[in-house]
Write a protein that binds this ligand. Structure first.
Ligand SMILES: CCCCCCCCCC/C=C/CC(=O)SCCNC(=O)CCNC(=O)[C@H](O)C(C)(C)COP(=O)(O)OP(=O)(O)OC[C@H]1O[C@@H](n2cnc3c(N)ncnc32)[C@H](O)[C@@H]1OP(=O)(O)O
Length: 253
């Protein structure tokens, strides 16, 4: 993690090749978010070390033929990551320098501001297209970002937005020509709060987001059970195997 002299933490996801979210990466993100809060940074920008992928979402290997204890810890750690990021009192922004499907889109929509590189990248919650259901809090993060009607259509169709489409619907706030420009634009957003008392800002954000946060906090065990029941179904395991094979085949072309 790098903190620049403006006191803004720039956190770079660095798990090649595609920043898929496995248990280790999620734990590292949680520790980093705690550090950013402790260090009283002015704000945090999330970006990726990959030139083409912001994050490929959940690491499918964590869900394929899983160890029972590990997969439960994986899900609870993912919930923690979302609660910390979506509920952070400090300002958050995402410099999206590549594709952001599914869990990648979840990270971006948990932030308060998004700048995405122009190019052939896509962003969205594609779960239904994979035959799975985006958990309530994934859906809530999207609904919190774009108008409800567009969110419903995007979720039910598993839509992956191009950069232009994402800008038009408000899924991203700005575009940038390169990563440096994206980070600069995110910093400009965070610096808007320089003259706003941070306690008032943080509390206002928390009040604004509390309904959605409370939904998961009061439902955590049921949410975990639902995930574990789903992931352990033979049909789901079969789908995961096929999906992994498809990804592998694609990457070898
Ligand atoms: C399908 C049924 C699932 C049932 C599960 C039930 C549980 C419910 C949970 C609900 C929530 C789910 C949210 C998620 O996040 S699920 C993950 C969804 N993610 C995706 O669909 C993205 C898949 N990846 C891609 O589309 C592309 O990789 C990319 C991000 C566009 C990048 O393309 P690029 O060409 O640069 O890279 P490659 O495709 O060649 O990939 C390089 C290697 O990385 C492996 N890979 C890619 N994505 C994942 C992933 N999410 N998890 C694990 N591994 C991944 C890919 O296989 C290549 O591996 P290889 O080099 O060994 O061949």
């Amino acid at each position: 993690m790098a903190v620049d002299n403006d006191g803004i933490a720039v956190v770079t996801l660095q798990r090649p090749p595609v920043n898929s979210l496995n248990l280790d990466l999620l734990q590292a993100m949680n520790n980093t978010f705690d550090d950013v809060a402790k260090n009283k940074s002015k704000g945090m920008i999330l970006t990726s070390a990959s030139p083409t992928v912001f994050s490929a979402g959940l690491d499918i290997m964590e869900m394929y033929k899983p160890d029972p204890k590990r997969v439960e810890t994986f899900w609870v750690t993912l919930q923690d990551m979302w609660l910390k990021l979506f509920g952070a009192s400090f300002p958050t922004a995402a410099a999206i320098n590549g594709h952001a499907p599914a869990g990648g889109c979840l990270i971006a929509t948990s932030c308060e501001y998004r700048v995405m590189l122009s190019g052939k990248f896509t962003i969205g919650l594609n779960e239904t297209a994979l035959g799975i259901v985006a958990p309530t809090w994934f859906q809530d993060s999207l609904r919190h970002t774009i108008p409800t009607r567009q969110a419903e259509i995007a979720l039910t169709t598993g839509k992956m937005f191009t950069v232009d489409e994402a800008l038009k619907v408000g899924l991203i706030d700005e575009t940038a020509a390169d990563k440096a420009e994206a980070i600069e634009k995110c910093k400009k957003f965070i610096k808007r709060f320089d003259k706003i008392p941070s306690l008032a800002r943080g509390m206002t954000k928390q009040i604004f987001r509390q309904e959605v946060l409370k939904k998961l906090l009061t439902n955590r065990q049921a949410d975990t059970k639902q995930f574990l029941d789903l992931v352990n179904q033979p049909k789901v395991q079969q789908s995961l195997e096929l999906y992994l094979a498809m990804l592998k085949q694609k990457s070898q072309k």
